[in-house]
Ligand binder design. Sequence first.
Ligand SMILES: NC(=O)c1ccc[n+]([C@@H]2O[C@H](COP(=O)([O-])OP(=O)(O)OC[C@H]3O[C@@H](n4cnc5c(N)ncnc54)[C@H](OP(=O)(O)O)[C@@H]3O)[C@@H](O)[C@H]2O)c1
Length: 332
Amino acid sequence: MMSSSFSRSLWKTIATLLYPTIYYPFSKIGYRIHAKTFDSSELQVDLTGKVCLVTGANSGIGYETARALAIRNAQVWLLCRNRERGLDALRKIQNITKNPQVFLEILDVSKVESIEDFIGRFDEDQVDILVNNAGALPHDFVLTEDGYELTLVTNLVGTYLLTEMLYPKLSRSSHSRVLNISSGGMYVEKLNLDRLITEENTFSSIRTYAQTKRALVVLTEIWAQKWKDSSIKVNSMHPGWADTPALKASLTTFWKFTRKKLRTPQEGADTIIWMSLSEKLKNVSGKFFFDRKARRTHYLPWTQESPEERERLKSYLETILEKHSLVVEEKK
Ligand SMILES: NC(=O)c1ccc[n+]([C@@H]2O[C@H](COP(=O)([O-])OP(=O)(O)OC[C@H]3O[C@@H](n4cnc5c(N)ncnc54)[C@H](OP(=O)(O)O)[C@@H]3O)[C@@H](O)[C@H]2O)c1
């Protein structure tokens, strides 16, 4: 019989050879090959006393993440925009895990007022794990009441504001983790604020989505640098292709052709759960993960952004905090 370390090395070689083909690694085949290299003991962690927040926790990858954190005895807050769907998920997770420390809060990350209200209400002293999972890929150009295009505000601006406003609570934890859920689609886009911030006539559903997910990865690196002397570690990841309501509704044709090969939502959530738990990531910040491994953020040479474009993104987001007169209270 093969030793388990030999078998793991063999699967690592197979995974490395298949990675550039994209289709295999992102599908369930890729997950199952990569899973042969996983060390299950890394997930055997008890989270008693840890405060965890998951946005978009009522469905798909976010639901599976919240459930996995609750099973490990964390205090878990499901941050959902819809009360009915949120309550449904809350009841399911409470039933499955019997964890009395699972709660629902209504939060729409695309609305500045909703973020502010949540920050005002949320009175836990510290946050240990924040999973920025809520995401959208709308077909059409929609301008929100705050004047932001919907993809941009859901996937990037709302995530930025929520995280910045939680900074004092994140920094009160002796070791906190912020996890940003990006997408493999970001690989084809070069960060470009003129494509990221669109008008009705420049909006393109998939390109705008990929720009927001690229920007989220760059923002992760900016935050890691900014918070390097704090207790906060921030990383991003992409889940591959998972069979979830968002994928079905947003990319219906793609879903129809690939659905038998898609990952389950649990498989899509696996790396998020690992990133929340693994000791290996305790001091890691600013990295991008896929299937429990740090990955390059660029495979195509022309997608590398310039330092000026990174600076533009940083200034744009900082201006938004000022525009809404949002004050990030300093660490006490
Ligand atoms: N599935 C994939 O193959 C795939 C691939 C790459 C990246 N991702 C990313 O993975 C994340 C999770 O998506 P999923 O595939 O698991 O889809 P999903 O099952 O549809 O979950 C998306 C979640 O985000 C929530 N959401 C959307 N807009 C929101 C808002 N404004 N405020 C608060 N919550 C909001 C949804 O709430 P409602 O139920 O109320 O709509 C839902 O709970 C997203 O960031 C997505 O971009 C997924």
